[in-house]
Design a protein around this ligand. Structure first.
Ligand code: M6R
Length: 366
């Protein structure tokens, strides 16, 4: 039931404080600074044997996988590829028994993702999945899995089933790093204790919903929008753009911000608003210069920035504030204002937010 909310999507956006609390429950031992993911069946021997992880998924789940690549490479130092599931098996992929194929799927029934898992199995890979729907195919056929503890997601636009796997991938990265002996205990304890902050930080983003609504109102009739991000927040540009296009039918494109000068900056003028994701992460300075360039070309600029930032307000037309967050977890907070922004635009346009045209919740055909 939707309760006090107008749409399931809005309810599910607001459920993220709870779903992220549940994501941590039973997995994180804050006293010992340890992660426990028993259903993954990850032994120290397997952890040391892995030479490559291929994350395969579709849509929003693939965007979570792109963040996972940064997390696993940074924390566990294992090479990670992210492969759109519908591409993976038609490319004669290089996979062997020291490769993990890790599928991410809310429904656990997406045909392309299941086919990619089958392809990994045929080639002898270890198969893992991060899945929401209990008992789904992607859970059953895996050698090990992490279940998203989000509860059913009804809205076609995925929200709480995006942030949960971000935290799952972070926990996986810490666990892999620990078992491979690449993490000293001080750093491990720091990484683990940072997780404790997440539900509250997400709650603080949700408390700012009323600051986003007037911006959505001002922008509800735009025709195009460009989303820019870098590093760990580059996938959040893709995710923000997907949210906007799938429920509001506004054309939105995402780019790694550094690519702008290689072509897309030609698009920027007064009719091309830019949304830039620029929290205090290692790419912050680079993002500031991208924002300056977009601004001088006339577009109106919205920036997702960290509370207390004094440079962004001088450049931006609008700021979506997020609380200070350890940068490896920052995508979990930066995506929240983008979910709310897309939601309010679609809702103000009077669209069927939970059942957008041409889309199904679970894509069970190829
Ligand atoms: O159930 P899955 O996670 O496998 O679904 C994958 C995509 O179809 C899904 O994330 C889709 O992109 C959503 N509508 C995005 O909001």
């Amino acid at each position: 039931e939707k309760g006090e909310y107008r749409h399931f999507m809005q309810k599910e956006i607001h459920e993220q404080v709870r779903s992220l609390t549940d994501t941590l429950a039973g997995r994180v031992d804050f006293d010992e600074g340890q992660i426990r993911l028993p259903q993954l069946n990850l032994t120290p021997d397997l952890a040391r044997r892995i030479q490559k992880i291929i994350i395969t998924a579709c849509g929003t789940a693939a965007h979570a996988g792109m963040v996972g690549k940064v997390l696993i490479e940074r924390i566990a130092r294992i090479p990670v590829e992210v492969d759109i599931a519908s591409e993976f098996r038609y490319r004669d992929p290089i996979v062997d028994q020291n490769t993990v194929v890790l599928a991410i799927s809310q429904s656990g029934e997406t045909a392309d993702t299941l086919a990619a898992m089958d392809e990994g199995r045929k080639r002898g890979a270890v198969l893992w999945s991060i899945v929401n729907a209990i008992g789904s195919q992607a859970m059953r056929i895996a050698d090990g899995y992490i279940s998203m503890q989000t509860g059913p997601e009804i809205g076609v636009a995925s929200t709480k089933a995006f942030t949960a796997p971000l935290v799952d991938l972070y926990m996986l990265a810490v666990l892999l790093a620990d078992l491979r002996g690449v993490l000293d205990s001080t750093r491990r304890k720091q990484l683990v204790s940072d997780l404790r902050l997440i539900p509250d930080l997400v709650g603080r983003c949700l408390d700012r919903e009323n600051e986003i609504i007037p911006v959505a109102r001002e922008m509800k009739y735009i025709r195009n929008m460009l989303y820019l991000g870098r590093g760990i927040n580059m996938p959040i540009a893709y995710e923000g753009a997907l949210k906007l296009k799938e429920i509001s039918y506004i054309h939105a494109e995402a780019y790694p911000a550094g690519e702008m000068k290689h072509g897309p900056i030609a698009l920027v003028d007064r009719d091309m608003p830019v949304l830039a994701i620029a929290p205090q992460d290692p790419w912050y300075e680079k993002m500031i210069s991208q924002i300056e360039q977009a601004k001088t070309r006339g577009g109106s600029v919205i920036v997702v920035a960290t509370e207390g930032d004094t440079r962004v307000p001088e450049l931006a037309d609008h700021v979506f504030w997020v609380p200070p967050t350890p940068w490896l977890l920052s995508p979990v907070v930066t995506v929240i204002p983008l979910q709310l922004f897309a939601y309010h635009i679609a809702s103000l346009r009077g669209l069927d937010v939970d059942q957008p045209r041409n889309l199904a919740k679970s894509v069970t055909v190829e």
